[in-house]
Write a protein that binds this ligand. Structure first.
Ligand code: ZN
Length: 412
């Protein structure tokens, strides 16, 4: 199964027409105001006639549309610029996590058009039931998207675990899932339009990787290399190097939650001892803050911790300082290894950044060899809990932008 961020079919092997379609669409996507056909011709070096023909193809495939006319200053006709079609193809992003389900629709311009989160503890629920609930949530956002004439071009389903190429979840320790055929179990409802590049309509991927992709594209002028940490009940990381996700040999990189902080520490769900998760996972923080039995849903738990910390509650401040130190030890190891200068705290960590950042930075300055010459930035993620679903949905539309000819040639 193709990964959602795999390069789209190589344009250079395609025809001149394929190349022109991608270049013109790319210009329209990157422009800060709707470019006219004349401006596209100047910007691309193509003739006016070629640009007009390419634009007609893109309009026929509902990839671009004419913007509302803007009056020109002075005399002359109002100019009609071109924008990415607001009612064209879109991506469906889905996520099953330990304590919530999420579904969202992202349009061609990367806007989140519909988004729903359902909070529930999914640990006691069977994989089939959890995926059935996710299918219900997906059906609701799909109906909303259909009401706006969006065409879903594919779906990406995020899972907090190790996913193999066939969409089989080998292990999701915090959900208690082992060898669950998620792609086969998920009944996505009416078939999605298959993209002709050989990508199946539904791709299953790791939640932390997709959240890092979401973050990469949420801030297009941001750093091109960073570590994105999703701090939920489990802790996962996505490693972005030079604008691309580093997946490792089998796609299983980023399991930062199981880096050892103290080799003889508490038992972890993975079977080892003293993993980062046992010190800085959400349940460990709640326990250290004296809130273990409070049965707070995840969003409430993070909000509650932030409120207590802001109010100066000593137990919460101690818990966050301890979690931040453990996180800093693990992060320092990654920074030493990969020479990164930006660490993004995502998921439940984002709102706790004011309290986690100082101990993380303290460990980095203590342990990272190069810290004196190359400061490391630790900042909260731009996207919240939706990051993985948004990152997955966005990867669907980015493939179309990279190779519009594939979309235009899709089977009817
Ligand atoms: Zn572990």
């Amino acid at each position: 199964m193709t990964r959602p961020d795999a390069p789209a079919g190589a344009v250079r092997q395609g025809s001149l027409r394929e190349w022109n379609l991608a270049v013109v669409l790319g210009r329209i996507a990157a422009a800060d105001r709707p470019p006219s056909r004349a401006e596209l011709a100047t910007g691309t070096g193509l003739t006016r006639a070629t640009v007009s023909a390419v634009v007609e193809d893109l309009r026929a495939g509902r990839l671009v549309a004419e913007a509302e006319p803007t009056p020109r200053s002075g005399a002359g006709r109002p100019s009609r610029g071109l924008v990415l079609a607001p009612d064209g193809p879109a991506g469906l992003g889905l996520e099953v996590n330990v304590d919530y389900l999420a579904a969202c629709v992202v349009d061609l311009a990367g806007r989140v058009r519909h988004h729903r989160v359902h909070r529930a503890d999914l640990r006691p629920v069977s994989p089939a039931d959890a995926l059935a609930r996710l299918a219900d949530l997906a059906a609701r956002v799909r109906a909303e998207a259909a009401g706006e004439d969006l065409t879903l071009a594919g779906a990406v389903l995020a899972v907090p675990g190790l996913v193999d190429d066939a969409g089989l979840v080998r292990l999701a320790p915090n959900l208690g899932w082992r060898d669950v055929p998620v792609a086969a179990l998920f009944a996505e409802g009416p078939p999605l339009t298959a993209h002709v590049d050989g990508v199946p309509p539904l791709v299953v991927d790791n939640e932390a990787n997709l959240a890092a992709l979401g973050e990469l594209h949420a801030a297009p002028v941001g750093p091109r290399s960073f570590l994105h940490i999703s701090g939920e009940i489990g802790i996962g990381a996505g490693i972005v190097l030079d604008g691309a996700l580093f997946r490792g040999t089998r796609g299983w990189s980023g399991e930062i939650g199981h880096l050892p902080v103290h080799p003889d520490g508490p038992s972890c769900r993975c079977g080892a001892r003293g993993c980062l998760e046992t010190y800085a996972g959400q349940e460990a923080i709640l326990a250290a803050a004296g809130l273990a039995g409070a049965q707070l849903p995840a969003d409430t738990a993070t909000t509650r911790l932030a409120e207590l910390a802001a109010a100066g509650d000593p137990g919460t401040l101690r818990a966050l300082a301890g979690a931040g130190s453990a996180l800093g030890v693990a992060v320092a190891g990654v920074v030493n290894l990969l020479d990164l200068d930006t660490v993004v705290l995502g998921g439940g960590y984002a709102p706790l950044t004011p309290w986690l950042r100082p101990p993380v930075l303290a460990e980095i300055s203590r342990r990272v060899l190069t810290a004196a010459w190359s400061p490391v930035t630790v900042r909260p993620a731009a996207l919240g809990t939706a990051a993985a679903a948004v990152g997955g949905a966005g990867s669907v539309v980015r493939r179309i932008l990279a190779r519009p000819a594939g979309w235009l040639a899709r089977p009817a």
